[in-house]
Design a protein around this ligand. Structure first.
Ligand SMILES: [Zn+2]
Length: 192
């Protein structure tokens, strides 16, 4: 991801300073003096997927290739913020596709995941956005995306037991239509 963009006088820092006061803190005490700027920097970094299009990330790394077996990138770690609480959800993403004459450089798939993860998100929507972005860029026979994640907004507030995972998936094209393709994908995802 790009370097966090915090301009001098970033308004987020002022807001965080007010927030600290609202929480009952003294924003001027030593340990908190640099906190507003640190939080601003962290938030800018964690949301630097805004203004980046997945198509731009992929462009330049799409190659004509006569390969028609499944391509799978497993265990892509990601960190995102839920749009309801702005608290982290994080885990692994597994992305597979069946090429139709075009493949993408493998390092680009984790970058596409990062572009969508670094926004305020819903896991369900992120899963779909990753699948649709690859589908549009590669026009493959099909795409499958599985995301497994822990949500701190649920765990820290006691809504869900710590360590519980939310699993979402999006299947497009043959991954949706053909049970064998879907089974092959899910089998590869589960295999250690
Ligand atoms: Zn939440």
């Amino acid at each position: 991801m790009a370097k966090p963009k915090v301009q001098p006088g970033d308004h987020i820092a002022d807001l965080v300073e007010s927030l600290l006061g609202e929480l009952g803190e003294d924003p001027s005490r030593q340990g908190l003096q640099a906190t507003p700027i640190r939080v601003a920097r962290a938030l800018r970094e964690l949301t630097d997927g805004y203004g980046v299009s997945a198509a731009d990330v992929i462009a330049g790394a799409v190659f004509d290739q006569d390969y028609d077996e499944m391509v799978l990138v497993k265990d892509i770690p990601f960190y995102s913020l839920c749009e309801h609480h702005m608290l982290p959800f994080f885990g692994s993403c597994h992305v597979g596709y069946l090429p139709k004459g075009r493949v993408v450089g493998l390092s680009k798939i984790p970058r596409v995941v990062g572009v969508f993860a670094h926004r305020l998100q819903l896991q369900e929507r992120m899963t779909k956005e990753i699948a649709e972005a690859l589908s549009q860029a590669l026009e493959p026979k099909g795409v499958g995306v599985v995301v497994e994640a822990r949500h701190l907004c649920m765990e820290m507030r006691g809504v869900q037991k710590p360590g519980g995972q939310l699993i979402t998936s999006c299947m497009l094209g043959t991954f949706r239509r053909d049970p064998r393709t879907r089974a092959e994908f899910l089998d590869l995802v589960r295999r250690n």
